[in-house]
Design a protein around this ligand. Structure first.
Ligand code: HEM
Length: 159
């Protein structure tokens, strides 16, 4: 319980500090088409359980998104299997698992979804819940969230 609320707070902090983050870490402010590799020694990827761990994490994440009234309408009618596959490929790339993201660029994918900042925050919270349930170390969670935070510029289209 403690780690969930701490995780949510960390996510809010990251989300709210995105402009400062982008300014002070220009090399880590990509569009998702060029999502940064934030670790190259394989340890961070291992913290997530490698490929099988990421697949299991995305399975749980999607279940949580579909159960969350704040996010379910976005995901209920899409090809959830494809979204999960692309999330695995993107997160694998970011975490240094040696993958290359195979999906569409983030701006194009999310352009017509009408995502608000609150929706983005809800999704981050749900990802944190999924990561906590998988007992992914808190520090590893925050490293992933820090890499994802700048993507809000490509995902959030509504005030
Ligand atoms: C850092 C945050 C996010 C990341 C990394 C992310 C990543 C992705 C990826 C990799 C895909 C699949 C791309 C493809 O099909 O080629 C996708 C699709 C999608 N995302 Fe996101 N996303 C994020 C935020 C959000 C938010 C906040 C929402 C809405 C609450 C959202 C809703 C969707 C939906 C509905 C699709 C499926 C679109 C379709 O198939 O037509 N995403 N996202």
């Amino acid at each position: 319980m403690k780690s969930v609320s701490l995780g949510v707070m960390a996510g809010m902090l990251l989300f709210c500090s995105v402009p400062a983050f982008a300014q002070t870490h220009p090399a880590s402010a990509p569009s998702a088409a060029t999502a940064p590799v934030i670790s190259s020694d394989g340890k961070l990827y291992a913290d997530f359980g490698g490929h099988d761990g990421l697949v299991a994490l995305m399975d749980d994440f999607m279940v949580i998104l579909l159960a969350d009234p704040r996010t379910k309408d976005f995901f209920v009618a899409v090809d959830q299997t494809r979204v999960k596959v692309e999330l695995v490929s993107q997160f694998c790339q970011i975490l240094g698992g040696g993958c290359t993201y195979t999906g569409k660029d983030m701006k194009t994918v999310h352009a017509k979804l009408g995502v608000h900042q609150a929706d983005f925050l809800a999704l981050v919270e749900d990802l944190q819940i999924a990561m906590d349930r998988k007992h992914i170390p808190f520090r590893a969670q925050n490293q992933l969230l820090a890499a994802l935070a700048p993507q809000h510029r490509d995902v959030v289209t509504e005030p």
